[in-house]
Design a protein around this ligand. Structure first.
Ligand code: NA7
Length: 547
């Protein structure tokens, strides 16, 4: 694909080097341009899109409502673009990001098909030296990884995997072509947000689908639908209000939040709010039911019981329904997926559920998957087995700061950041969607981070500084704050369900809070505040700027 990006030409020295051309990298590049700062973006793929470039699997769509899962920096952009559905399907999000890249001429600063292998801070020149898989050595006064929280997929690590004689696909590396399931026996391994989107779509075509489930999930109905022209007009008329709402909301979503706590309601009201949110669909169930859903265990149990009742009422076969019911961990302890006919799919005659809890996978065989009880023959295997979240993509690059300090060594027991955007001993490195930022409606979170990072870089330049990095004290305080934020919610029990919020889905990975679990709106205020106060918490370096 010729996507018209920057050629890997002779130029090797840049103001800023950004890694990744997804939502984060594109937004960062735009911000830097607005501030008159030159940048080069390095991107492994052959086009923009990030997550939405790679995750082309059938059924892939956003779990945030389309009109707020986008950029807010240009009124013209938001007024010209029309979303077709409540939750955009992957091709539409990718088209949107391609449109943004074209409209703002972003590709001219992006070098595609380039993977960053290492980045190290050179103390003599105060520059980051970035080495790519093309053998280039590029320098930048600032280094900004915008590599995304869920971009490093976990490879299928099953005994006998290489012996499989059929076709197999990893959802996060789905081929850019139609995969034909007609007449095929398909096995889907993994029932996270991805597997849950894949299964109903594949079941429509395949001869048979076998779903291999290790931990049952609490799946909320998304209730996707096409938007009407009237709705689109209304959204455009209300955009200021929508963005203002996202800035006040706990996850950066345009969703009103419940005012009452569980115990302030009668049992009838408690059920009514759950029922209403279930009918509306989407994350309203999480945010617009009762205020203490994620912090009060009794309140959380009531929501969990409600979902289990829905599963039993939806799935005809009582044994399958019971296998699908999550047990032993609270609702929300791992990221709840949105389903589009997920539970209903198990009423189809061509779909079978295998409960790996009682019948674990022993190995992949030439003909399919061998569990403890039997061999499940499959022509196609789909691995929807998740990601090395949050820190994975960062730690896959060899990043070294001052005094040759290795980021991987520094983070061996878990990430340590200041507000998720900066790290002590790593001057002039700023992360977009880094560890210990909130997880929620990502484009809105990115927008707030990028504005703060843009201001930090401008502050450095306009004050004639050559280095900016947080003090160890403020980093320690943010590490403690993320731990406190985790302890305050039921997400602290995520270990019971292998939650990637805690790194619990990756063997050998340190268990630590990988996100900030406090309110995103509080986090946005902290970012604005540190910039307003002139980055007091960051240590400036006073040497002559060299670029
Ligand atoms: P997730 O949510 O991490 O889901 C991965 C799924 O794969 C989950 O059901 C895992 O079971 C399962 N899995 C992983 N390894 C295995 C093995 N070895 N055997 C059986 N099953 C396995 O990733 P997703 O891609 O679905 O979602 C990630 C996020 O991307 C999503 O939340 C959105 O924000 C976008 P487990 O639960 O660990 O028992």
């Amino acid at each position: 694909m010729d996507s018209g990006g920057a050629a890997d030409d002779e130029e090797t020295d840049f103001g800023v080097i950004v890694v990744g051309a997804g939502f984060g990298g594109l937004r960062m590049l735009y911000e830097l341009r607005q501030r008159g700062i030159t940048a080069r973006v390095l991107e492994e793929a052959s086009d923009v899109g990030g997550t939405w470039y790679w995750n082309r699997y059938p059924g892939a769509r956003t779990d945030s409502e389309a009109w707020a899962y986008c950029f807010s920096f240009s009124e013209d952009l938001q007024n010209d673009w029309d979303w077709s559905e409540r939750y955009s399907a992957q091709p539409e999000v990718l088209q949107y990001l391609q449109h943004v890249a074209d409209r703002f001429d972003l590709r001219e600063d992006i070098q595609f098909e380039t993977r960053v292998e290492s980045a190290s801070f050179d103390e003599a020149s105060n520059k980051w030296v970035v080495v790519t898989d093309r053998g280039q050595s590029l320098t930048g006064a600032f280094f900004i990884p915008a590599t995304g929280p869920l971009s490093r997929p976990l490879s299928p690590a099953f005994e006998g995997f290489d012996s499989f004689e059929g076709e197999w696909h990893l959802t996060a590396r789905w081929p850019d072509r139609h995969v034909d399931f007609r007449g095929k026996r398909v096995g889907v391994i993994g029932t996270g947000a991805t597997g849950i989107q894949v299964v109903p779509v594949v079941a429509e075509d395949a001869a048979h689908v076998t779903v291999f489930q290790r931990t049952p999930n609490y799946v909320i109905p998304g209730r996707n639908r096409r938007l009407t022209d009237a709705e689109r007009r209304d959204i455009k008329d209300r955009y200021d209000e929508i963005w203002a709402l996202t800035q006040r909301q706990t996850g950066g979503f345009p969703i009103a939040e419940a005012e009452l706590c569980f115990h302030e309601m009668s049992p009838e009201e408690q059920q009514q709010v759950l029922e209403r949110a279930w009918q509306v669909g989407g994350f309203q169930f999480l945010f617009d039911t009762y205020r203490d859903l994620m912090v009060d265990e009794q309140a959380n149990d009531a929501a969990g019981d409600f979902i289990r009742r829905q599963i039993r009422a939806t799935v005809d076969d009582p044994t399958t329904a019971e296998m699908l019911c999550p047990k032993g961990y609270p609702f929300g302890a791992k990221r709840p997926p949105l389903g589009h006919g997920y539970y209903e799919t198990f009423n189809r005659p061509n779909v079978t559920l295998v409960d790996l809890g009682s019948d674990p996978i022993e190995r992949v065989t030439p003909r399919g998957v061998q569990t403890a009880s039997s061999e499940h023959e499959c022509d196609i295997l789909i691995f929807a087995t998740g990601f090395d979240g949050s820190t994975g993509a960062l730690m896959a690059m060899e990043i070294r700061g001052r005094d040759d300090r290795s980021l991987n060594e520094k983070w061996a027991a878990g990430p340590r950041t200041y507000l998720g955007i900066a790290v002590d001993e790593f001057p002039n490195m700023f992360m977009v969607s880094g560890p210990q930022t909130p997880f929620g409606n990502i484009p809105v979170i990115i927008d707030n981070e990028v504005r703060c990072i843009g201001r930090a870089i401008e502050h450095t330049l306009s004050n004639g500084l050559d280095r900016l990095e947080p003090t160890p004290e403020v980093v320690e305080e943010w590490v403690k704050e993320t731990a406190r934020s985790l302890e305050a919610t039921v997400m602290r029990l995520g270990d019971r369900a292998n939650s990637w919020f805690l790194g619990a889905n990756v063997e050998g990975k340190a268990r630590a809070p990988l996100f900030y679990f406090g309110r995103a709106n509080v986090y946005f205020e902290l970012l604005a505040d540190v910039a307003d106060r002139g980055f007091e918490e960051l240590i400036p370096g006073h040497h002559a700027m060299a670029w």
